[in-house]
Design a protein around this ligand. Structure first.
Ligand SMILES: *Cc1c(COP(=O)(O)O)cnc(C)c1O
Length: 710
């Protein structure tokens, strides 16, 4: 499968770089000042926000995985800035920069805010903006980060194209004048950049906007922005012209339009656009330098449009050559993502999407999917899974712990997040801050939570016979009392079935009894005047075996990931689910052992014949159960099954490949998943290890890297 990705974004990088050249060459100035204003001060003003948003799109949504990507972005930006600064020193000298007054403060101010050459302000702005956006999204979540960065943007606006208004208020004027001592403009990393990083990150999390909304949205907001700019110009209010009220909105629509164009990734375009951006002032100088001796000044410089075209073409040519050289000679990227060279999990998000569709179709009208993403989404990686689900419009999630919930929120996942188990009531403040819903596990717990004096949201759990957590189903009085608690807003009520996976006569009777008790309690509550909140009963097997129930949510865990808990489970409803997870490794080492030799700890494998053993770099420390030792487990190699030979170690294991011809070091090995015609399903592997799928998947080791497929 070729990876389709953001061709629209990649292509627009080059367009944006050419727009930046326009800003610095005024292509239409020879024809009409107004047309040139619209081109260079309005249209071209989308270029820098576009670059900032693109960085935000690829960076911010992944910050929760750790600050690794941020740090490498900051390093890269700083390095490019340093190189560009050095590159432009000769031009600075030529322009007399070092002969100016207040040299040291000026240099500092230029390095931090304004850029060491006129176009270079973008680099320190990207550096500072990314750091600020990261800090706030991480600390406060996307919503607050957006609010804060919009406030910063507003401050910037009044120092930029709305300065004419600020100037009339003496207090504002002196504040801005003080500010302009430190930085020449407000279009910098502090005021302008953060909002575009945050917006980029937010868009990465959201469901895609259809073109029929994004295209008209862009046209309308862009037309209004032109109106805004021309009005400001008419009244002479602009001190500078980089920031408009409508610019962020316009960018959201533009970015959504661009995201709709998918195609093969062109990495070179990014490099070329960066070079065009960095080098075009050189080209401007070079064209001027060459034009006079060639006697072409009138054509190449005086005609603004020709001038622009010549600068663009020469910059493009140099950038293209340098890009090709870089791709040939530059550092080679490692073939593997970090942590995926020895063994990895392959997460098929396309399969996840398919399962969501199938489950939504199976659930009754009006019943929403509550995605159970506890235990790192059953080992599938909570962030990537939740990110995709959020894009698909899933608005309810269930987790096991408050910390899982907080991580999801910080990652920017919107909607309801329900904690299914106990949380220390003293953490009520965090429940509230992160808008996380707590389960009321009994009356005593509810009272303790209420006593914290912090208003929190909760779902009330009813024990109808599973006898784990919940208010006793007979205790209508106590349950009704919970609805009167001052600090607790109960938005849901639910129960859990203990035997729903079985269709055996007795088990069905018991599930029906649990269901009857639950609805009986709801009736008793109604009789007491309680307004019934959202109701849910079914987990995966609940939906499969009791599809006729009409609830507000189904809490889907294992089936969302495309598997059943045990192989061969018979269910009333049969859904066409697709497994999301595969576990793969590679052959690290091959050896021949003579008949009678032992392999591994305790010589638990004794070769009955001359054998070929493949050693795999994966073990129980990676989540592959040790109980699969000695032939109880199999792996797939070249589309065939090979039994586990001897005892599985913490970090490696051996398989007997004597019957599979042609095995080589480096061959792909499948521990869970499909290889050609053969498949090892997670339920089958789990059953062989003496457990259920849920345990096998949720214990997948932290050490495994992940590769996601779309
Ligand atoms: C884990 C859990 C679920 C999800 O169960 P699956 O069988 O994986 O769908 C649902 N409800 C509760 C209360 C749970 O703890």
């Amino acid at each position: 499968m070729t990876k389709k990705s953001f061709a629209g974004i990649d292509g627009f990088r080059l367009v944006a770089a050419l727009l930046v050249i326009a800003i610095h060459t005024s292509p239409l100035a020879s024809y009409s000042q107004t047309a040139d204003f619209v081109l260079t001060r309005v249209i071209a003003r989308v270029a820098v926000p576009f670059f900032l948003m693109t960085s935000g799109f690829f960076l911010i949504s992944r910050y929760a995985d750790g600050a690794g990507r941020l740090v490498s972005f900051l390093k890269k930006t700083a390095l490019i800035y340093l190189a560009a600064t050095v590159l432009y020193i000769p031009l600075n000298v030529y322009a007399g920069y070092f002969r100016g007054e207040h040299l040291l403060p000026n240099i500092l101010k230029d390095i931090v805010f304004d850029g060491t050459f006129y176009h270079l302000w973008y680099l320190p702005a990207a550096f500072l903006g990314a750091a600020i956006a990261w800090f706030f999204t991480r600390k406060l979540g996307f919503r607050w980060a957006l609010v804060i960065s919009l406030v910063l943007y507003a401050i910037g606006l009044f120092g930029d194209s709305y300065y004419g208004l600020a100037e009339r208020v003496p207090m504002l004027k002196s504040a801005y004048d003080a500010l302009f001592e430190v930085t020449d403009y407000t279009r910098n990393g502090l005021f302008m950049a953060p909002v575009f990083f945050v917006l980029g990150g937010m868009l990465a999390e959201r469901k895609r906007m259809p073109l029929k909304i994004s295209v008209p949205g862009f046209i309308v907001s862009f037309a209004l922005m032109c109106g805004e700019a021309l009005t400001l110009r008419h009244f002479g209010l602009q001190r500078h012209d980089s920031m408009y009220v409508l610019l962020p909105l316009c960018m959201v629509f533009l970015f959504e339009c661009l995201l709709s164009f998918k195609g093969t990734r062109k990495k070179g375009l990014g490099t070329a656009a960066l070079l065009v951006y960095l080098l075009h002032p050189m080209a401007i100088v070079a064209v001027r330098f060459a034009a006079r001796p060639l006697g072409l000044w009138d054509v190449l410089v005086e005609n603004s449009l020709v001038h622009y075209a010549v600068v663009c073409l020469s910059t493009l040519a140099v950038s293209a050559v340098l890009t090709l050289l870089w791709e040939k000679k530059g550092p080679k990227r490692a073939k593997h993502l970090p942590g995926t060279d020895r063994a990895y999990l392959e997460i098929d998000l396309g399969a996840l999407e398919h399962n969501v569709r199938v489950i939504n179709e199976a659930a009754p009208e009006g019943c929403a999917l509550m995605a159970v993403v506890k235990a790192s989404a059953y080992g599938h990686g909570m962030f990537k899974v939740a990110e995709r689900l959020a894009k698909l419009g899933v608005r309810a999630y269930a987790v096991a712990t408050l910390d899982e919930g907080i991580e999801l929120r910080r990652y920017g996942i919107p909607g309801e997040i329900l904690i299914l188990g106990w949380t220390d009531p003293e953490r009520a403040g965090e429940l509230r801050r992160y808008r996380i819903t707590q389960t009321l596990i009994d009356g005593e717990y509810a009272k303790k939570l209420d006593d914290q004096g912090v208003r929190v949201r909760a779902h009330l759990k009813v024990d109808t016979g599973m006898h784990r957590l919940g208010y006793a189903w007979e205790d209508a009085e106590g349950v009704a009392g919970a609805f009167g608690l001052k600090n607790i807003e109960i938005t849901g009520i639910y129960t859990h079935l203990g035997t729903s996976e079985s269709l055996a006569e007795g088990d069905c009777r018991y599930s029906e009894l649990q269901i009857k008790r639950f609805y009986g309690l709801l009736e008793a509550l109604k009789a007491r005047g309680v307004a019934i909140p959202k109701v849910h009963i079914q987990s995966s097997y609940g939906l499969l075996n009791y599809p006729e129930l009409q609830c507000d949510y189904v809490r889907e865990g294992v089936s969302l990931y495309g598997v059943l808990s045990a192989p061969g489970d018979v269910t009333k409803l049969q859904l066409d689910l697709a497994p999301v997870l595969s576990m793969r490794t590679t052959v690290a080492h091959l050896l021949r052992v003579k008949a009678g030799e032992g392999v591994g700890y305790d010589r638990a494998f004794m070769a009955a014949r001359d054998s070929v053993i493949a050693v795999l770099p994966v073990g129980y420390g990676d989540g592959y159960p040790r109980s699969l030792s000695c032939g109880r487990g199999y792996v797939l190699l070249r589309g065939r099954r090979a039994p586990v030979a001897g005892k599985i170690c913490m970090d490696q294991m051996s398989v007997d490949v004597t019957d599979i011809p042609g095995v080589r070091v480096g061959d792909a090995v499948t521990l869970i998943g499909r290889d050609g015609e053969e498949e090892l399903t997670a339920p089958e592997v789990a059953a062989a290890s003496g457990s259920i799928t849920n345990e096998l998947l949720s214990r997948m080791g932290k050490r495994l890297g992940m590769i996601t497929k779309n």
